[in-house]
Write a new protein. Structure first.
Length: 130
C-alpha cells in the first residue's frame, strides 16, 4: 500500500519575484505533466488568490502508480522556489515500513524525513498484530 497526502506552492524563485510572464508557462507544463499521469487519485493543480498550487492525495497498491515522488522532484527542478510537503506511508519500503515519511520540497531540493507525530505506525496509528 502506498498512501500519500501533500501540497506544493509553486514558485519560480525563492525571492518571491516570479516573472509574471514565465510562471504561467511553468504551471501549464506542470498541469500537462499531471494530466499525463492519468491518476484516479487527487492531483489538482489550480490557481488560488493569484498563486499556483498543487494538491495531491491517494492510496494505491504500489508506489509507482502514480509517481508522485518524481512529480515533487520535477517541480524542484522547473520551479526551484516552490515549497511543500508530501506525507507518505509505503509498506513496501522495508527500511521505513513502520513510519510515515515526509518529503520536504524547499529551494529546489527534496529531502525525506520521518514524521514523528505519526510514527511509528504501530502503535501510534494501529494496534500491534496478535
Amino acid at each position: 500500500m502506498f498512501e500519500y497526502h501533500g501540497w506544493i506552492t509553486v514558485r519560480e524563485t525563492a525571492s518571491d519575484d516570479d516573472d509574471d510572464a514565465r510562471l504561467p508557462h511553468v504551471v501549464e507544463e506542470l498541469r500537462l505533466r499531471i494530466a499525463r499521469m492519468a491518476s484516479p487519485y487527487l492531483l489538482d493543480p489550480r490557481w488560488m488568490n493569484g498563486a499556483p498550487f498543487i494538491h495531491l492525495g491517494g492510496c494505491s497498491n504500489h508506489r509507482s502508480s502514480p509517481d508522485v515522488v518524481s512529480l515533487f522532484e520535477h517541480v524542484a527542478e522547473v520551479a526551484p522556489g516552490s515549497y511543500g510537503l508530501l506525507h507518505v506511508r509505503d509498506d513496501e519500503d522495508l527500511a521505513h515500513d513502520d513510519e510515515v515519511r515526509v518529503l520536504r520540497l524547499a529551494r529546489g531540493t527534496v529531502t525525506q524525513h520521518t514524521e514523528a507525530l505519526l510514527s511509528p505506525c504501530i502503535p501510534t496509528l494501529e494496534d500491534p498484530f496478535t
